[in-house]
Design a protein around this ligand. Sequence first.
Ligand SMILES: Nc1ncnc2c1ncn2[C@@H]1O[C@H](COP(=O)(O)OP(=O)(O)O)[C@@H](O)[C@H]1O
Ligand SMILES: [Mg+2]
Length: 248
Amino acid sequence: MTEIAAEAVDGVNETVGEKASGGAAEAVVEVSRLLKQVDNGGEALTILHEISFAVAAGETVAVVGASGSGKSTLLGLLAGLDLPSSGSVTLAGENLAGLDEDARAVLRGRLLGFVFQSFQLLPSLTALENVMLPLELAAMPDARARAEHWLQRVGLGHRLRHYPKHLSGGEQQRVALARAFAPNPRLVLADEPTGNLDAATGHQIIELMFAINAERGTTLILVTHDDEIAARCARRLHMHAGRIEEIA
Ligand SMILES: Nc1ncnc2c1ncn2[C@@H]1O[C@H](COP(=O)(O)OP(=O)(O)O)[C@@H](O)[C@H]1O
Ligand SMILES: [Mg+2]
């Protein structure tokens, strides 16, 4: 099938999720015809094929799909950590294309929390300092008290001064949850947050994340391989070889 025929069949240029968001709720994320190509030894390799979708405030969205289908690339583009070849990402009405790197970092600090598979805590900082860092970068008042509160919320009130290497994987991911939610973000992006954890620990982390998310009313985009976790989200987007489709 030619590229054009494939697109016609997939309907990839229609914005997935416009119905789900009802048109009335404010979109926190708007992705329009997002194309990501990389140079592969002189040839353009397409990682994302002009995908479009919108996520309304407070929605929980699972992104599922095989390894290599473009999920992490998409999240990096949503966060403005990576730039598209064409197309746009708009976060809370702000088109990332109009912002330089520094302005994107400021916007991330104001709007976004990120939870990674590999936790990504800073090894030279204690649990408390890891959670304080984004609060201080955003010049939020009472960073220490706020960070302590959040570490208590994730069950780590007794581990404030521990360094990441002295915490278990599950504990590190709890710190990462506290760090993501403490600045009161509009949107949390989580990229396989249970991928490096055993099943029981992963289950606890997911329960905690959904509980905090419900308390805060945060918009959540969660990449997962776990169908049970995906089923807990209000919407599911399936990625297949760089294309996206809403599934029931
Ligand atoms: N910078 C890059 N250069 C070349 N290929 C890349 C680059 N980043 C990602 N890819 C490729 O793009 C595809 C999607 O990757 P990724 O977004 O990490 O997938 P997923 O998170 O769904 O496993 C993979 O085939 C990966 O090898
Ligand atoms: Mg990935």
